[in-house]
Design a protein around this ligand. Structure first.
Ligand SMILES: [Zn+2]
Length: 372
């Protein structure tokens, strides 16, 4: 089953009280099939995605390119046959905004379109004019690059509808007073400018207190994430609504957030896309540790040696930077034995179902189907 347009999914679910599970399956074996199956069994709309750093035309740290990622996903969904899913380019990150950076990004977009992607996230949130005197001046570098790339995608996709995510406020950035959160007026100014330029964004990623990946306390002990500011998220969503914009929020960095908190407190309908990445990687690493301890040890040692973080315990370093070992040990990870794969599949299936349930995503696929 081929992916459908991300815009179809976003439009159908924009005014429903649910969050679409967006899964970054950095490691395909066991995970992708299980997530498709969970979505199908729950009749939930699904997004499968990887960020530029994870997967690009030069091979990202997952060892995948847009072409191979797409191929593996179609293969994983072959027996499952889930029909309501989008193939999304998460964080098409533009870090410098130089000509070279932009040209390489266009080459990436070309590769993603060729591989059948149906949704794109332009992330120029790193580009920020700290000398700007107004919100608009501060955001101008981000606005300009987002418009250029958004128009490029429109041109290349031609008549094919696609989902569009944009980003204002770098996720996880810390200032002198802790996490830097996106202000409502920043989101409104940003979207206004994009709309004026002819872009039609569906969702916006904001900095609202989450962090990508596993998190730890000062002593290096793993902790749960309760830092997402529900209040700020609601304020941004309301400001966008009040300004007349039908743009909802994409929540990044959900791994580690207690399911109960998501279920009870996340404003569904304000947030409509929920990214879960590291959780699935953790499941794979735990299974490798159990079934392929030698491989796991080699990966662990490689990370400590090649991706160290000063002053941090080895467990925390691996928890944060273990992702970089995936490409290096790709062939051995992908040839894991059946027992290992089955365990990953069983746990991923259960976790994906838990998230879909906490996101109130059950039966959301039917709502999308009715609009098609
Ligand atoms: Zn993200």
């Amino acid at each position: 089953m081929e992916p459908i347009s991300g815009k179809k999914i976003f439009n159908a679910l924009k005014n429903q009280d649910c969050i679409i599970l967006a899964c970054n399956s950095r490691i395909i074996p066991g995970v992708a099939k299980a997530v498709f199956k969970a979505a199908k069994d729950m009749d939930a709309a699904l997004i499968m995605e990887l960020a530029r750093s994870e997967c690009n035309q030069h091979v990202g740290y997952t060892g995948l390119t847009p072409e191979t990622f797409s191929k593996y996903l179609l293969e994983a969904n072959k027996d499952v046959g889930h029909d309501v899913w989008a193939l999304h380019a998460d964080h098409i990150g533009i870090k410098t905004g130089t000509r070279e950076d932009i040209d390489d990004t266009k080459e990436l977009i070309d590769a993603q379109i060729k591989a059948g992607y149906t949704s794109f996230a332009i992330d120029a949130s790193h580009l920020f004019n700290f000398e700007g005197k107004t919100v608009e001046e501060e955001l101008k570098p981000n606005i300009d690059v987002t418009i250029e790339l958004g128009k490029y995608i429109m041109e290349k996709m031609g008549n094919n509808e696609f989902g569009l995510e944009v980003e204002v406020g770098e996720i996880g950035r810390k200032g002198a007073e802790g996490m830097v959160l996106t202000k409502p007026e920043e989101a409104v100014t940003y979207i206004k400018k994009l709309k004026e330029a002819g872009l039609d964004p569906d969702v916006i990623a904001i900095a609202n207190g989450s962090t990508h990946g596993n998190i730890y306390d000062e002593q290096g002990n793993p902790i749960v994430q309760v830092s997402i500011s529900i209040e700020q998220t609601k304020k941004v969503a309301k400001a966008l609504r009040d300004a007349g914009f039908d743009v909802k929020i994409a929540q990044h960095g959900i791994t580690g957030t207690p399911l109960e908190l998501i279920k009870e407190k996340f404003p569904k309908g304000d947030i409509i896309k929920g990214n879960v990445a590291t959780l699935f990687q953790n499941i794979v690493f735990d299974a490798l540790k159990k079934y392929h301890p030698e491989l796991y040890k080699e990966m662990f040692d490689w990370v400590i040696k090649n991706e160290p973080i000063e002053g941090k315990k080895p467990e925390e370093v691996f928890g944060k930077n273990g992702k970089y070992a995936v490409k290096v040990f790709f062939d051995r990870i992908y040839s894991m034995d059946e027992k290992c794969k089955k365990e990953i599949e069983a746990i991923s299936y259960k976790e994906a179902k838990n998230f879909i349930d906490a996101f109130n995503g059950k039966d959301s696929a039917s709502i999308v189907r009715k609009t098609m």
